[in-house]
Design a protein around this ligand. Structure first.
Ligand SMILES: [Mg+2]
Length: 206
């Protein structure tokens, strides 16, 4: 098991989907709609195998207004199924009980996600932890997405902390790569979940 230390950490950052909650949007039909929209606007094909990859090409074209159209479509799809969102109990327990993990009160929690801001906020409300998350960096807040370091760097600049004072948790290799690209410690959420369960069991046996 990977040893996670929160000593000297001032900002703890989480991905959203697969990390705090499991969203249940219909990603395949979203992809179809995005492909169609892209073809309609640019009269060329982008397969949206990875959503960020095609959004990258829109950013390159500096079509900010068109980017907004795509954000709107993604937002709508995410929100349509938001009520079926499943909570990841251990992550939520961690956020609600940080003192049990030796985390000081002044330590901030942030979310860095490829989901749109509205879906992030709704998900956090569903999990009843909206008030515990101090900063949200969503799809609309950067123009280079994970695994580019921009989101983490944005969070670093906001808090004016050093990279050593930050730690990032996500569910994908892409998240680990984001940490690596930013020079910020990153772990898979599974490692945190194991740590949470260990502490919970210890408590139970006391
Ligand atoms: Mg994720």
């Amino acid at each position: 098991m990977t040893k996670i230390s929160f000593e000297s950490k001032k900002v703890i950052i989480f991905d959203l989907d697969g990390t705090i909650v499991n969203l249940t949007a219909d990603w395949m039909s979203l992809r179809d709609v995005l492909v169609e929209k892209y073809r309609e606007i640019y009269e060329e094909q982008c397969d949206f195998e990875r959503i960020s990859k095609c959004l990258d090409t829109i950013v390159e074209k500096k079509d900010e207004e068109i980017l907004e159209i795509f954000f709107d479509i993604i937002r709508q799809y995410e929100l349509e199924n938001i009520k079926d969102t499943q909570l990841i109990e251990e992550s939520i327990f961690f956020i609600n009980n940080k003192e049990l993990f030796g985390i000081k009160n002044k330590v901030k929690f942030a979310v860095l996600s490829l989901n749109t801001r509205s879906s992030i906020i709704r998900s956090l409300e569903l999990a009843n932890i909206r008030n515990k998350i101090d900063l949200i960096v969503g799809r609309e807040d950067v123009r280079r997405w994970k695994p580019a370091p921009d989101g983490l760097i944005k969070i670093q600049k906001y808090y004016k902390v050093s990279k050593k004072e930050m730690i990032f948790f996500g569910d994908l290799e892409n998240d680990l790569l984001t940490g690596k690209n930013a020079g910020i410690e990153a772990y898979l959420i599974d490692d945190l979940i194991k740590f949470v369960n260990k502490i919970k069991n210890k408590q139970k046996n006391n």
